[in-house]
Design a protein around this ligand. Structure first.
Ligand code: NAP
Length: 286
């Protein structure tokens, strides 16, 4: 029987724990942890993501602000806002929703966020810490995937893991985290010659390509653990992942659905990151 890794239920559990942590933090420090979300432009998916993130923060008792800026906003204006949020004592976590408009240098923007308030773990210093195995905020999607696998007691030690995609926000940190957990990791990308050669020998495939149903049942081995990060909308409006669920799931030992798998874990992990950052901040000022 294939195990469905239920991201919705697991995320609920994590959010419940965060809510308790938020109440305890508030009791101890007289204020809730605070999250600021910055959205530049009108990208419909980004609007939904940021609204969901801000709502989830409010629901678990955090202080939250959502800054919505028009896509004509210049880099200096965004940098000014970030600088104000860096200095704002109510804010423990800052999230800049990606992608930013093409005219804005995303690297400069992400680097301007105080690393101690870097809710997404995208600051170069924090990505460096991740590679070095040091403590710091970790990108939410890959960390959420590890949490999901842990809660279902999937042991990663010694696994042949294949990560499809090498983006800075999913693929690369995912590969680093899996390596740190003693999996043997292969990273594939658009120039990989034979994707199936790699996926067929994998115990764990994490796909973050954004290619609808690209990985079919004949490309995975019996007993694979299939983690689908991809969110793809088909022309008829259906949401599908990178795996062809109908042919992969019957062969898999465990699989994440789309929607309801990795997505909810990303948001829950963001909240956990903000709570952790709030804790670090008060400890470092004591
Ligand atoms: P991205 O920056 O576009 O990266 C996609 C990666 O996939 C790239 O490394 C690319 O290779 C690789 N790739 C593309 N087509 C490929 C192919 N045919 N064969 C092998 N590799 C291929 O995307 P991202 O930001 O990492 O996001 C990936 C997907 O995850 C998207 O669908 C996104 O919507 C989704 N996502 C979901 C969540 C969530 O919470 N569920 C969070 C973040 C992202 P190259 O490097 O060679 O171009």
């Amino acid at each position: 029987m294939t195990l469905i890794l239920d991201g919705r239920e697991t995320a609920k559990e994590v959010r419940r724990e965060v809510k308790e942590g938020v109440a305890a933090f508030r009791g101890r420090h007289g204020r809730p942890p605070g999250l600021a979300v910055i959205l530049v432009g009108e990208d419909p998916a980004s609007r939904i993501y940021t609204r969901n993130k801000a709502r989830a923060a409010a629901k678990c008792g955090m202080f939250d602000v959502l800054h919505r800026l028009p896509d004509t906003t210049g880099e200096s204006e965004i940098l000014e806002l970030i600088s104000a949020l860096n200095a704002d004592p109510r804010i423990d976590g800052i999230l800049v929703q990606l992608p930013l408009p093409a005219a804005v240098d995303a690297r400069r923007i992400l680097a301007a966020v105080d690393p101690a308030k870097d809710a997404d773990g995208f600051h170069p210093l924090n990505l460096g810490r991740l590679v070095l195995g040091e403590e710091g905020p970790t990108p939410c999607t890959p960390l959420g995937i590890l949490t999901l696998l842990d809660r279902y007691e999937i042991d990663l030690e010694g696994m042949e893991a294949v990560v499809l995609g090498r983006s800075n926000i999913v693929g690369k940190p995912m590969a680093t985290l899996l390596t740190a957990r003693n999996a043997t990791v292969t990273v594939c990308h658009s120039r990989t010659r034979d994707l199936g050669f790699h996926t067929r020998r994998a115990d764990l495939v994490v796909s973050a390509m954004g290619r609808p149903e690209r990985i079919t049942g004949d490309m995975v081995k019996e007993g694979v653990v299939a983690v689908d990060v991809g969110i793809n909308r088909l022309p008829d409006g259906t949401l599908v992942g990178d795996f062809h669920f109908e042919s992969v799931a019957p062969k898999a030992r465990a699989v994440t659905p789309v929607p309801g798998g990795v997505g909810p874990m990303t948001i829950a992990t963001l909240l956990a990151n903000v709570l952790r950052l709030a804790g670090y901040r008060v400890r470092s000022s004591e």
